[in-house]
Design a binder for this molecule. Structure first.
Ligand code: COA
Length: 415
């Protein structure tokens, strides 16, 4: 079966996580992704958080599947010439260097357009134009400046970052959409363009509902679905809402059987209005069904803390999986808190290719997250990440260099 992006060539000048997560998606959709790395060193993540000495880390392997690796010193004259040939022959160039690094290397947008007017140049930067545009940025800086940290955690605790890499992989996803959109437009206009996904903006996009809440708070001074509603402690900005879910469908994380010993023996429980009667019956509170103090979502809002405490008395008598089975029979939305260990061995995720076992010549078998986006006409096969410079000769030959040229460049340490 063909692949959606077959025939698209991507010059992957990315490192760490945000850029590589974007180009990995493009590779999974069938693009030929050529990763350009510094000779002898490569992407810094190859050596970061290593679990096997001298072997590419899981950090690197899990973000660079289905790519080819070329080593090239792009500050060396010969290396620059190779990069120019690559620019001429690729449709997309993706980079996430510090602001200005590509210009300092001599590859300004003007120069890239001279070389290839159809080029789509896609960049991740920490910030868009503004006071912080020259700053280097990593994941948690983006979470903190994009509105996630100030709205995550509990009211009486400090701001919190989340375990989900919304700043890095979240921005990579945004960038990938920008790339395919620009490629689509280039089909009509015949011209490339720049695509910019600032990490702050990507995180803020994912925190959209919190900007909604800021405006609601400014207009009304309160928000009934927040835990602060019952004790009246709102300030002038969106507070941290703990584990609350919004709107007329309040939710909370509740202890399940075994919580004393197992830090993940919990379930997320949503008291969706439509299933209030079955909830009351399951927890043995039939009288709440018609009691005006509990019967409507509006009446329940000021009492959520005590309502969830009562529901928890029931969830504590069941394991999270038993509770899930019982509650789902009545369409009560809930979700067990799954540990990474439970997720790693979940058969349904293996069956769909969302968790995949990959074989690597140096590290052996390891697990990775496969393509989470499923296209019925473009299936994804996850292949291992390349070794440093594994495809240098192959790619240079495709660019028209002879074996002698390649040997000379190697002697000069340009590759
Ligand atoms: C992630 C980040 C903080 C890392 O910073 P860093 O390790 O100092 O790396 P830089 O991007 O500054 O690049 C370092 C240098 O390597 C050079 N370099 C990279 N690849 C090269 C190659 N193949 N050949 C020669 N030089 C190369 C760059 O040109 C740059 O040189 P310069 O500083 O002289 O201009 C920074 O790249 C950044 O802010 N990126 C944008 C935001 C981002 O993506 N952050 C998320 C990362 S998950």
């Amino acid at each position: 079966m063909s692949k959606a992006l077959e025939g698209v060539r991507v010059l992957d000048f990315t490192h760490v996580q945000s850029g590589p997560s974007c180009t990995q998606l493009l590779a999974w959709f069938g693009a030929d992704v050529i990763k350009v790395e510094r000779p002898g060193v490569g992407d810094a993540t190859r050596a970061q958080l290593r679990d096997i000495p001298g072997v590419d880390s899981l950090y690197f392997t899990m973000l660079n599947h289905n790519k080819r690796s070329v080593t090239l010193d792009t500050k060396n004259q010969k290396g620059k010439e190779v990069l120019e040939r690559l620019i001429k022959q690729c449709d997309v160039m993706v980079e996430n260097f510090a602001p200005g690094a590509l210009d300092r290397m001599g590859f300004t947008w003007e120069r890239i357009q001279e070389l290839n007017p159809k080029m789509v140049l896609a960049s991740v930067k920490g910030f868009g134009p503004g006071p912080y545009e020259d700053c280097k940025v990593y994941e948690n800086v983006a979470q903190c400046t994009g509105g996630s940290a100030s709205t995550t955690g509990f009211d009486d605790g400090p701001p919190m970052v989340t375990g989900a890499q919304i700043g890095d992989s979240g921005t990579g996803l945004h960038l990938a959409l920008g790339v395919v959109t620009a490629l689509y437009q280039a089909k009509v206009t015949g011209k490339g363009q720049k695509v910019l996904a600032p990490m702050q903006d990507a995180v803020l996009n994912l925190c959209r509902v919190k900007l909604r809440d800021q405006q609601r708070l400014e207009r009304t001074g309160t928000m009934k679905e927040y835990p602060q509603y019952s004790n009246g402690k709102f300030g002038d900005t969106v507070p941290r809402a703990g584990n609350a879910s919004g709107g007329g469908q309040p939710g909370w994380i509740l202890k399940c059987k075994g919580w004393e010993a197992d830090s993940n023996a919990y379930i997320y429980f949503i008291t969706q209005a439509a299933v209030w009667a079955p909830i009351c019956k399951i927890i043995g509170k039939d009288e709440w069904i018609d009691d005006p103090e509990y019967a409507t979502p509006e009446a329940r809002l000021p009492k959520l803390e005590s309502i969830f405490a009562t529901i928890e008395e029931w969830t504590k008598t069941k394991t999270k999986f038993e509770a899930m089975d019982i509650l789902n029979k009545f369409d009560i939305p809930c979700g067990p808190i799954l540990s990474m260990k439970e997720i790693a061995y979940e058969p349904s995720l293996r069956a769909t290719g969302t968790i995949v076992e990959v074989d690597h010549p140096e590290r052996g078998k390891y697990l990775t997250v496969g393509n989470p986006i499923k296209l019925s006409g473009s299936p994804t096969e996850v292949t291992r990440s390349p070794l440093l410079g594994e495809h240098t000769d192959e790619v240079l030959a495709q660019l028209g260099y002879s074996a002698e040229d390649i040997a000379a460049m190697r002697a000069e340490k340009a590759i």
